[in-house]
Ligand binder design. Structure first.
Ligand code: TYM
Length: 315
């Protein structure tokens, strides 16, 4: 392994929406298939427990996200696919970064501010230190480029800062200065409130799940608002799946255009849906892939954390 590393993850919090796909996953596939990078794609389960959740449900969400990854085309022969919590060296590195990060830097994080409002009764330390764990995810594998959506840019900037703080404090050039890698569609907006990014936290009708049934695509897109911002958002979505669209985007005829978009997206994800069902039925196959990913990731993580502990003087 000596190509530049690419690292990214998604939280297992339920179905993937169109924003997750167009902002991140689609890019991961292109990066993986380019053959130019060592790719690390993981399931960010430790991040997801900073929100209220149900333990039984979480187990399912982790497994389903693995099925999503595989059905979308992540390939264990080309990428290391694993579960974050299964490589505990990551939380060790997060602790080291905790000791380097000024509290004021974390207080600036817009996601922390948003989530603190949304879950006012559960503003836990994990939520506050969330970007530090993300920095550890990335830097444990010396990730240079981080393919994410717009909403994660601030976190990747903090990752770069952690690398700098570490390198400066210990007078080494150990970590790379990570940079976000955005797609042409880094911010897909809500269908009903297009001034907000598409997100599951807004409510069911605001987002499109990529494994939803074609009827739901038609219903949800049919109800999408047709304000200028709403039309702009639908146009972005239309363009992203253009090769599947059987008709023009006509802002004068939105009812018709919406039908074209819904059908185009349903067609685009038909293969994904079928593959996901197959993976869900073959639990052992999926778990074996995750076990293999864990082994590969951990071999690198263990080597790196040893070097890091030497640098900081604890080993
Ligand atoms: P998460 O799980 O919220 O989202 C996963 C990915 O989807 C992108 N995304 C969007 N892109 C475009 N439009 C949208 N409306 C939209 N909504 C979400 C996100 O930017 C993200 O790329 N903190 C991360 C998970 C994480 C991570 C990491 C990412 C943990 N460790 C290390 C990269 C590297 C998160 O919450 O993503």
């Amino acid at each position: 392994m000596n190509k530049p590393s690419i690292v990214s993850g998604i939280q297992p919090t339920g179905p993937l929406h169109l924003g997750n796909y167009l902002g991140a996953l689609k890019n991961w596939l292109e990066i993986q298939n380019s053959g130019k990078y060592d790719c690390f794609f993981f399931i960010a389960d430790y991040h997801s427990i900073t929100e209220d959740y149900d333990a039984q449900e979480k187990r399912k969400q982790i497994f389903e996200l693995a099925c999503d990854y595989l059905a979308a085309g992540l390939d264990p022969k080309k990428s290391i696919i694993f579960i974050q919590s299964q490589v505990p060296e990551c939380t060790e590195l997060a602790w080291i970064f905790n000791t380097l990060t000024p509290v004021a830097e974390l207080e600036r994080m817009t996601q922390f501010k948003d989530k603190s409002q949304r879950q006012a009764k559960n503003i836990n330390m994990g939520l506050f230190a969330y970007p530090i764990l993300q920095a550890a995810d990335i830097l444990l594998y010396k990730g240079g480029l981080v393919p994410v959506g717009q909403d994660q840019v601030q976190h990747v900037e903090l990752t770069r800062d952690c690398a700098r703080w570490f390198n400066n404090k210990y007078k080494v050039k150990y970590f790379p200065e990570s940079k976000p890698l955005l797609t042409e569609t880094p911010k897909i907006m809500s269908l009903l409130a297009p001034e907000n990014k598409m997100s599951k936290s807004l409510g069911d009708k605001h987002w499109l799940g990529i494994d939803e049934l074609p009827e739901l695509f038609a219903e949800k897109i049919g109800k999408a608002v047709s304000t200028p911002a709403g039309i702009e958002n639908l146009k972005t979505i239309y363009q992203a799946f253009k090769r599947k669209m059987a008709g023009e985007f006509n802002p004068e005829k939105m009812a018709e255009t919406k039908k074209i978009i819904a059908k185009g997206i349903a067609d685009y994800f038909a293969d994904f849906r079928a593959k996901k069902e197959k993976f869900k039925e073959d639990k052992k196959f999926v778990l074996d892939i995750l076990a293999e990913g864990r082994q590969k990731a951990q071999a690198i993580a263990q080597k790196n954390i040893k070097e890091i502990k030497k640098i900081i003087g604890v080993e």
